[in-house]
Design a protein around this ligand. Structure first.
Ligand code: URA
Length: 197
């Protein structure tokens, strides 16, 4: 079901992987991007946060979550004692900006997935937090409704995955911020347990 982008990326190290992402043409999103946005942070992080895809500012700057949603993500991280780049890696389900920030299509998510998969294999995070539905669906390979999936522990390749609302959604749905806070506490408690095991 998942399309592999051109070439075998399974053995690539970080530099080659990022170079491959930057020149990728595996789906139509490559046509309108200014640049691909591979991800940012600690490459040996215990925490991996996965968003949906770059927006306008990310496309401009080449870094994930640097716009308004990114400022909220930074606050969400801080609320559980985390900071960007410090034991945290931040990536996206698709590495190129969808036109007008539309939701990535299933085939775009599938075409890009091998890059995320390789990033996960290199980082070996203890816990993955999927931010929003496209990230959750890409990782869990199933239909996901965040309202139903939050508070549960899923897994990808043996790594626990928790899901919560996307920060851009929270900016439009302030009432759900309290639920995201619960989800972050659940993630923090899960990490604590994983480290104690
Ligand atoms: N939203 C995302 O999902 N990812 C980004 O990098 C920025 C906004």
């Amino acid at each position: 079901r998942r399309l592999a982008p051109a070439g075998d990326i399974a053995g690539l190290g970080w530099d080659d992987l990022e170079a491959r992402i930057r020149e990728c043409d595996a789906c139509a999103l490559c046509k309108r991007r200014k640049q691909a946005v591979p991800g940012v942070g600690d490459r040996q992080a215990d925490w991996l946060f996965v968003g949906e895809g770059p927006g306008a500012e990310e496309d401009e700057r080449g870094e994930p979550f640097v716009g308004q949603a990114g400022r909220l993500l930074d606050n969400m991280l801080a609320s559980i004692g985390l900071a960007r780049g410090n034991d945290v890696y931040i990536g996206n389900a698709v590495k190129c900006r969808p036109p007008n920030n539309r939701t990535p299509e299933t085939d775009e998510l599938a075409a890009c997935f091998p890059y995320l998969e390789r990033q996960i294999a290199l980082i070996k995070p203890r816990l993955i937090v999927a931010l929003g539905r496209p990230a959750a669906q890409a990782l869990l390979n199933q239909e996901v409704r965040i309202a139903a999936a939050r508070g549960k522990l899923f897994e990808f390749g043996g790594i626990p995955v928790v899901v919560t609302y996307h920060p851009a959604y929270l900016l439009r749905n302030l009432a759900d911020k309290a639920k995201a806070w619960e989800d972050l506490c659940f993630a923090r408690a899960t990490m604590k347990r994983l480290k104690a095991d």
